[in-house]
Design a binder for this molecule. Structure first.
Ligand code: APR
Length: 254
């Protein structure tokens, strides 16, 4: 692991265009359960497909709204962890850093990352069901008591601006994510099981385009096996040391 960490740090220290691909695991140490874990207790009897699909929403908008209220409560109480902070610190060391995340929690931005592409949207933004009116925050809807509230512009039901099962990913975000992977010299992958497409294809795309893929994950899985360098461990455990090693190498060179 020590040698692998040094090897990874050397690659990152040489990088001029780094893409960081993250999934639910990077927020685990902030206390945010994964999608499946969030089905605990009160919500255990509900089908995730029902809670995260247009069909489920139309069947029971109030229930789905409350499920997202519950999840928002967890996200709002969470702080970025050492992994998010280390990823943000890479911007001081590498000329171009793009974070591409499957997470909807906004913790990369809270941790200081400035270029974050949210593939699956954000639990902190809302749009009307028809999708014509977006960019609303909780504060914008706070005066309404109806659950879900109504769009201030068209009166349609409001929903979180999250990509649900069966929906397309936001086109421009996806285009930017592909571009970031195609031009990257290093792809640092953290905390994703690599099973949800199209996000799962991004490490492969970056690798085929010439990037060195580094995977940080406590579990040995498909991504860790395709990666050029696998750093087995938790994001908050591995990333601070990795970034410090990159910092030393960059300082040694300047
Ligand atoms: N640090 C790094 N990785 C971790 C940590 C940690 N502390 N804890 C767990 N992991 C790893 C797990 O080993 C697993 O590989 O994070 C990964 C989490 O996998 P998933 O829960 O499948 O999350 P993700 O890959 O982001 O896919 C979830 O599925 O429900 C949809 O759209 C939803 O974006 C979401 C996607």
């Amino acid at each position: 692991m020590r040698n692998e960490l040094t090897h990874a740090a050397e690659n990152i220290a040489r990088s001029s265009r780094l893409v960081v691909l993250t999934g639910a695991g990077v927020s685990r140490e902030s206390g945010i359960p994964t999608f499946r874990e969030a089905q605990d207790g009160l919500w255990a009897r509900f089908d995730p497909m029902e809670m995260a699909s247009e069909r489920g929403f139309l069947r029971n908008p109030q229930l789905v709204w409350e499920w997202y209220e519950y999840r928002f409560g967890m996200v709002a109480a969470a702080q970025p962890n050492l992994g998010h902070l280390a990823i943000a610190a890479l911007e001081e060391l590498i000329p171009n850093v793009t974070v591409v995340t499957q997470n909807i929690d906004g913790l990369h931005q809270a941790g200081g990352s400035t270029r974050v592409l949210e593939l699956h949207g954000s639990i902190r933004r809302y749009k009307c069901f028809g999708g014509a009116h977006r960019g609303y925050t909780r504060d914008d809807l706070a005066t309404q008591s109806e659950k879900p509230p109504r769009c201030p512009q068209c009166g349609d039901l409001m929903r979180p601006d999250i990509v649900w099962f069966g929906e397309y990913l936001p086109e421009q975000v996806m285009r930017d994510a592909y571009a970031a992977c195609l031009r990257a010299d290093v792809a640092l992958v953290v905390g994703t099981s690599g099973v949800v497409q199209p996000a799962a294809s991004l490490p492969y795309l970056a690798q085929e385009a010439g990037a060195t893929v580094i995977d940080v994950n406590p579990e040995d899985d498909e991504i860790s096996r395709m990666a050029d360098i696998f750093l087995q461990g938790m994001g908050g455990g591995v990333l601070p040391g990795l970034v410090e090693a990159v910092r030393s190498l960059r300082q040694g060179r300047s």
